[in-house]
Design a protein around this ligand. Structure first.
Ligand code: SIN
Length: 280
């Protein structure tokens, strides 16, 4: 089968056909997938049949995998897999229900955030439960030169607990270990180590404040940047089918899940999260 790459929007995303992720990729195919990720920031692989082990092996080709802080949502003998799920078994949640319903890049509350993630749709709603992705490279590039210059060199505080304070979905906040991770600081503009593009690195979920600004300056600037990052020209909406595997670049995108389905529409997904070893 020949690998084919079809762009989805001008700003981000491509669908890749001719790849079976359940078996190890040849070096040539892996290089083509890797290059496509750097170019398009998000890749959709349809009709995959991906065991947790195969997902872990594919993801590991990009770098070491991160173990999520919410231990109860991990697969017991494959802890690299974080389950996003609204299913229950014997009255207990099978994974993290209604996760990530705010714009974020994965694990920016860690000292070393993530390079990318793979989310595999095991069982998805017939309608609803889409995921939105937005290009933070495009967002930076469409700011005025004066604003770009102002932002370069600023830093922001990120904290896991932030996503659960004042969020809009009380169900998502239940039982969160609010102070499990101490706050960390990151530059608010980062140069992508592979594409060389500058990307905004703040998000609604985990960014608490811009350190060098007053409280109200920080709140207003963060609101502006988050708004700017989610303009329609910068956003791709992924409508899930069972068997989709979506690989995205957390260095160049933010994403959020859409809460428009309910407990009667099962949604069960497996996520792996790749660590970013680059220094910024
Ligand atoms: C996530 O934030 O990784 C979950 C996204 C989703 O469930 O659509």
């Amino acid at each position: 089968m020949t690998l084919k790459i079809t762009p989805i929007t001008p700003a981000l995303g491509a669908e890749i056909s001719g790849v079976d992720l359940s078996a190890p990729l040849s070096n040539a195919d892996f290089d083509a997938v890797h290059d496509a990720l750097v170019t398009h920031s998000l890749l959709v692989f349809r009709d995959q049949d991906l065991s947790p082990k195969a997902q872990v092996e594919f993801s590991r080709r990009f770098g070491p995998l991160m173990i999520h802080v919410l231990k109860e949502a991990l697969i017991e003998d494959q802890p690299e897999i974080y389950k996003v799920s609204n299913l229950t078994e014997d009255g207990k949640p099978k994974g993290r229900a209604y996760a990530g319903q705010y714009w974020h890049s994965d694990l920016t509350y860690e000292p070393r955030p993530s390079l990318g993630s793979v989310l595999y749709g095991v069982q998805v709603p017939e309608c609803g439960g889409d995921t939105l992705f937005a290009s933070t490279a495009n967002a930076y590039e469409t700011l005025s030169p004066a604003m770009q210059e102002f932002l370069d060199g600023l830093t922001a505080e990120h904290h896991f607990a932030h996503a659960f304070r004042g969020g809009s979905n009380p169900a998502a906040r239940k039982g969160d270990p609010l102070d499990e991770r101490p706050p960390v600081n990151h530059p608010i503009v980062r140069t992508h180590p592979e594409s060389g593009r500058k990307c905004l690195f703040v998000n609604e979920g985990f960014t608490v404040k811009i350190n060098e600004l007053s409280a109200s300056e920080s709140t207003n600037l963060l609101a502006f940047l988050c708004d700017h990052m989610s303009r329609p020209q910068t956003v791709l909406r992924h409508r899930w089918q069972n068997g989709d595997a979506v690989l995205w670049d957390n260095r160049a995108l933010v994403h959020r899940a859409v809460d428009d389905y309910g407990d009667n529409s099962p949604r069960h997904m497996h996520r792996t999260t790749i660590e970013d070893l680059a220094e910024y």
